[in-house]
Design a protein around this ligand. Structure first.
Ligand code: FE
Length: 337
């Protein structure tokens, strides 16, 4: 049979409508863990919505969304740290999402009107067991105590993790105390800030410095490592849950929000709600050795279990976001580079 022009045109029209009906979600993600494949495949299986994933570094993705402006194909932005989520909010990139599912599944302190936390990580104190007594490093305040002069190492004060930690101190103790603390920590530095959290842990183990702070998943990653040198390193390092007698250990989050310019808003909301489901919570948290945001969901993660239970700071993530700019000003004034 020969295709008549009319028939060919009908075929083209058919293909066009099939394309238009295919449901997609454009996900801009700063997460890239092995378990993410299962996380996304499961969503497509449940909803028939295909996920187009654009992966990149946190700050680069944010920049990309800004540059794409009104034409951005991005529906959902997934990233780590309240500071970055807050920045997307400040820039007016997120759309408010009213969802009974998100409201009932996520604790109030872990959500805002337009971005939501799906896992948590804690910022702990690590110390060299041979050089420092555990009782001397039980609180973040101890890092500023002259007793630790020349013993503290740190990553940059401009890094979101440290900005959020200082934001929590501002929220709890006020700006003046927070600045006093930052100055005290700077006075205790063993060296100028450099490297990431893992570098601080390694410096502590090597005795280059004796005390530092780190996110729990870096500690967990080293504890889970099968490299003999990393196992050996962790034998030298003690881990403390700070502020157990007061405000609780500072926690930060991984989270996501729907973009204001999202072409597929219904799919985006479905995806955010899916991230709060039991299965998704397990994948999301365990992929980076974090804790699920939904309280009833438990993960069996030996490295996290080895760290034990702790009291987490219940400060709303909104408040962490609120003091980001102040935190940077204080670090700058204190010379916390
Ligand atoms: Fe990190």
């Amino acid at each position: 049979m020969k295709f008549t022009p009319v028939f060919a045109a009908a075929l083209v029209a058919l293909a066009g409508s099939a394309l238009a009906e295919e449901k997609v979600l454009n996900l801009y993600s700063a997460r890239h863990y092995q378990t993410d494949e299962a996380l996304y495949a499961n969503f497509t299986k449940q909803t028939g919505i295909r996920i187009n994933r654009i992966e990149g570094k946190e700050d680069e993705l944010l920049e990309r969304i800004r540059n794409e402006g009104a034409n951005s194909p991005a529906d959902v932005f997934v990233t780590v740290d309240a500071a970055r989520l807050a920045k997307a909010h400040e820039l007016g990139l997120f759309a408010p999402v009213a969802s009974k599912v998100l409201e009932s599944r996520l604790p109030a302190h872990l959500r805002t009107d337009d971005w939501f936390s799906f896992s948590t990580r804690a910022r702990v104190i690590v110390y060299n067991k041979a050089a420092v007594k555990a009782e001397d490093v039980q609180n973040y305040d101890d890092l500023a105590n002259p007793r630790l002069k020349g013993k503290v190492c740190s990553r940059s004060g401009s890094h979101p993790y440290n900005l959020s930690l200082l934001a929590s101190i501002i929220a709890h103790q006020g700006e003046a105390k927070a600045e006093e603390w930052a100055r005290g920590v700077v006075a205790n530095f063993a060296r100028a800030p450099k490297g990431g959290d893992t570098d601080q842990i390694k410096s502590v183990a090597a005795g280059e410095c004796q005390v530092a702070v780190s996110n729990t998943y870096y500690v967990a990653r080293l504890l889970r490592s099968d490299k003999p040198e990393e196992k050996k390193l962790m034998e030298k390092v003690g881990v403390v849950w700070p502020n157990q007698g007061t405000t609780g250990t500072h926690i930060n989050v991984s989270g996501a929000g729907m973009l204001k310019t999202a072409p597929n808003k219904a799919a985006a909301q479905k995806f955010l709600e899916y991230l709060a489901s039991d299965d998704a919570q397990r994948y999301f948290a365990d992929g980076n050795n974090e804790w699920p945001a939904v309280a009833s969901v438990k993960v069996a993660n030996p490295a996290l279990d080895a760290l034990g239970k702790f009291k987490a700071d219940q400060l709303p993530v909104k408040n962490l976001a609120m003091y980001q700019a102040k935190a940077q000003i204080i670090y700058d004034r204190a010379g916390y580079k």
